[in-house]
Design a protein. Structure first.
Length: 190
């Protein structure tokens, strides 16, 4: 499976919400995340970080960010994108079983990954284990027109089963995606 994502790495940022190259899209994501994250310099684990776009965005805001992706090519792209920025590390690893320290993070951030895992409930348990006592999960997910994904109600049920109370924000604004969508897209904090 990492071979698929390795092949996608070169063009991954072409999607407006992946590369955040458009200033309006980048600003929309910056505002959205800042509204749901603790104040910097909180420590964030970005699981399934892809090319590191959110890692860089958050590091520029003053956060300490550890990105994990199981595609070596994505991690290489993320390291190149981060340049010499301090406060960012990257590791090749499975987002469902991240190679990170337990109870070390204020936030576990995951965007469009939970739906793709073989055992989302087990992954959530591991992610919760990465959090400090007052830490939070910040998940961006969706149910796409292709039939893939998780409906908000499914993600909420998984979180409640893991002992977390979710708060869901629909993400309908075109600015997040570079244009209109018909999919169910949302952010959940738990």
């Amino acid at each position: 499976m990492s071979e698929f994502w390795d092949a996608e790495a070169a063009s991954f940022d072409d999607e407006p919400d992946h590369g955040l190259r458009d200033p309006a899209t980048r600003e929309a994501w910056r505002r959205l995340l800042r509204d749901h994250l603790p104040e910097p310099p909180a420590r964030i684990a970005d699981l399934g970080c892809g090319t590191g776009t959110l890692c860089v965005l958050l590091a520029d805001e003053g956060y300490a960010v550890d990105g994990v992706d199981f595609s070596p090519a994505m991690v290489d792209a993320a390291r190149a994108k981060a340049g010499g920025r301090s406060g960012i590390t990257f590791a090749v690893g499975d987002a469902g079983e991240p190679p990170l320290d337990r109870a070390a993070y204020d936030v576990v951030l995951c965007r469009h990954v939970l739906w793709a895992l073989d055992d989302p409930a087990a992954a959530l348990d591991r992610w919760i284990g990465l959090l400090r006592e007052d830490g939070r999960l910040v998940l961006v997910e969706g149910a796409w027109h292709t039939g893939a994904g998780l409906r908000a109600s499914e993600t909420e049920a998984l979180l409640r089963a893991a002992g977390r109370e979710p708060t869901t924000t629909p993400l309908r604004e075109e600015a997040y995606w570079g244009g209109p969508t018909t999919d169910e897209r949302y952010l959940v904090v738990a």
